[in-house]
Structure formats: structure tokens, C-alpha cells
Design a protein around this ligand. Structure first.
Ligand code: BTN
Length: 324
């Protein structure tokens, strides 16, 4: 009902009388008033005047499904959007929805996370209303061996959306960190649920720092993290940015499924800031210096060690030994 009232206010773009709302929706004036109150609590700026009725003045910059889906033209990603004011981790919520059989492309977004998960068992700082913390359920019909490619699909999509929508020159650090001038603006955590030869589902979690001020970051990441606020010098509205990111995710995911990994890899190479760079590699087992040469057709990073040996990395983390 609340959604229907909102739709009517949006459609008419002018005063809508209480009487019309009651009549068309078949509810009492008190019910209309209650729903208007609830929309206001959500941040919708609704003016009320005797004799005129209600008028929608401004919508909130919160990724409510009604705001995100309006104007979102995607085939798969975002066909369903679930919003939570706060969760432990959107990856966790998405995993549960996926296990219960939700449609591919379902997106779970939260205004805040209190147990945001990062790669390598780390946490992810996810303050309220300052970023885009979301996860997408994917069910690609591929062999589990090919799934590392999905992290690269997501990285290309986010970097492309940032460039297109904000003009910020975002680059990719292998495998899927998004950096701006050497600082991390976005992290991607892709989790897999598979059997030996088939993927049940994947959850692609994206944490994009939008309006986080430098001094709001925890001290331990203050010098290595950044946000769009810091890079552009202005507050960036989250909802249109979210739509741009979802649209690019949809575009690159579709391309990957239809055309294969080659076109993704091309775009990834163009956006990558780790290739042809001296790097330090950290794996579960050891750390070593080397020179990042290329990524192969599976998405593995090829690193030449000082002894001239070429190592092929499927997982791990690299640190750039100089800023690009
Ligand atoms: C990284 O360590 O670089 C990956 C960070 C991924 C964070 C996002 S925020 C939304 C989603 N939910 C989580 O708990 N993690 C991912």
C-alpha cells in the first residue's frame, strides 16, 4: 500500500488529493495518513495541504527498491532488490536467499553492515548511508574452475561505472580491488557454492566507499582507503550511482556469458594498474617480490621472480611497490 501511494505521488508530480488516494486504493483517510507518515520516516519529503492533498517534493538518497528499480534497464542484475537498514553482511543475506532458491540477479543492499566481510578473513568498514554495500546472486552455467572470472567481470563493471558515472579514473589491482591514485575505493568479495562440476550459485559482494570522509575511516585504513567524496570533493548521490554500477554488472556479466572471457579480459587489462609493475605477492603460504607480467586466459596473474621464474597465481594479494 505504501508503495502504491508512493507510485501515485510520483506519477502525478503535483498535488494528489487525499480523497483520490482513498478512492483509488480503497483505503481510509487514516490509513493514507499513516502510510504518508511512514514514507516521511523513510526520508520522503511529502508536503500536505488542506484542500490540496499531498505532493512529493523530494525522494531520499537511500537505495530503497522503489528508487533503485525505477529507471533500471537490466536483463538480469537487479530484477529483484532487497533493502535492509542494517545487516551483518549482505553476502550472508544473499547466500541465504540463494539457498532458498531466489532468482538469479537478486540484489541485497544495506544502508549499514555491522559484520561486513572482506577478503582474506578481514572485515569491511560499512558505515550507515556512506557507501554502497551490496551483493548480487548469480547462477552462471559454467564449470566451477571458471568462476574466478566472475570476480574480474565484477571489477571491470565497477571500474567502468565509476569512470562513466563520476569521471574518476578508477583502476583495477589484481584480482579485484578498485583503486584511485593508489588508494582502495572499492572491494569485491565473490563467494562460491558449488559441487565438483557445477555451480549452485555465486554471491558477488561489492563495497564501494561513496561519501566516507577521510577522518571517518578507521585509522588503520585511513592512508590506504579513499572514497568518491574524497576524490571528487563533493557529496555523490548513491542511488543513481548504484543504478550505474548494476547496469554495468548486468552488461559485463551478459557479455561474459554470451561472448566468453576474452572481451572481459581485454577490458580488465586496459583497466588494470598492476601489470608491468614491481609487486610484492602475498599468498597463504609465502610472500615474494616480483614483476607482474600479465594475466592468462583463466584470470591467473603471471609474476616473474628476481630469479627469472614465472609464477602463476590463482589466489592471493599483491602490493604495488610503487604508485602508478
Ligand atoms: C575486500 O576485502 O576487498 C572485499 C570487500 C567486500 C565488501 C563487500 S560490502 C558488501 C558485501 N558484504 C560483505 O560482507 N562484504 C561485501
Amino acid at each position: 500500500m505504501k508503495r502504491k501511494i508512493l507510485d501515485m505521488l510520483k506519477q502525478q508530480q503535483t498535488w494528489v488529493s487525499g480523497e483520490q488516494l482513498c478512492r483509488e486504493l480503497g483505503v481510509s483517510r487514516t490509513a493514507v495518513w499513516k502510510h504518508i507518515g511512514s514514507l516521511r520516516e523513510d526520508g520522503y519529503d511529502i508536503e500536505a495541504r488542506a484542500n490540496l492533498g499531498y505532493r512529493l517534493r523530494r525522494v531520499p538518497d537511500t537505495p530503497f527498491p522503489a528508487e533503485v528499480i525505477a529507471g533500471l534497464d537490466t536483463a538480469v542484475v537487479g530484477r529483484r532488490v532487497e533493502y535492509y537498514p542494517e545487516v551483518a553482511s549482505t553476502n550472508e543475506e544473499a547466500r541465504q536467499l540463494a539457498q532458498a532458491g531466489c532468482a538469479e540477479g537478486t540484489v541485497v543492499v544495506a544502508d549499514a553492515q555491522n559484520g561486513g566481510k572482506g577478503r582474506m578473513g578481514r572485515g569491511w568498514f560499512s558505515p550507515r548511508a556512506k557507501g554502497l554495500w551490496f551483493s548480487v546472486v548469480l547462477r552462471p552455467p559454467v564449470n566451477p574452475m571458471e568462476t574466478p572470472q566472475v570476480t574480474m567481470v565484477a571489477a571491470v563493471a565497477v571500474a567502468a561505472a565509476l569512470r562513466e558515472h563520476t569521471g574518476v579514473r578508477a583502476g583495477i589491482k589484481w584480482p579485484n580491488d578498485i583503486l584511485v591514485k593508489g588508494r582502495k575505493i572499492c572491494g569485491i568479495l565473490v563467494e562460491l557454492n558449488a559441487e565438483a562440476d557445477r555451480v549452485n550459485f555465486m554471491v558477488a559482494g561489492v563495497g564501494l566507499n561513496v561519501n566516507v570522509a577521510r577522518d571517518e575511516f578507521p585509522p588503520e585504513v585511513r592512508d590506504t582507503a579513499t572514497s568518491l567524496l574524497q576524490e571528487t570533493g563533493r557529496h555523490v548521490p548513491r542511488v543513481p550511482l548504484f543504478r550505474a554500477v548494476l547496469a554495468q554488472l548486468d552488461r559485463w556479466y551478459g557479455r561474459w556469458l554470451e561472448e566468453g572471457f576474452a572481451s572481459v579480459l581485454d577490458a580488465w587489462r586496459r583497466l588494470c594498474v598492476t601489470l608491468d609493475c614491481p609487486v610484492t605477492v602475498h599468498t597463504m603460504r609465502d610472500s615474494f617480490h616480483g614483476h607482474a607480467l600479465d594475466v592468462d586466459e583463466t584470470g591467473a596473474l603471471l609474476v616473474r621472480t628476481p630469479e627469472g621464474q614465472i609464477k602463476r597465481l590463482l589466489a592471493g594479494e599483491v602490493t604495488l611497490r610503487r604508485l602508478y
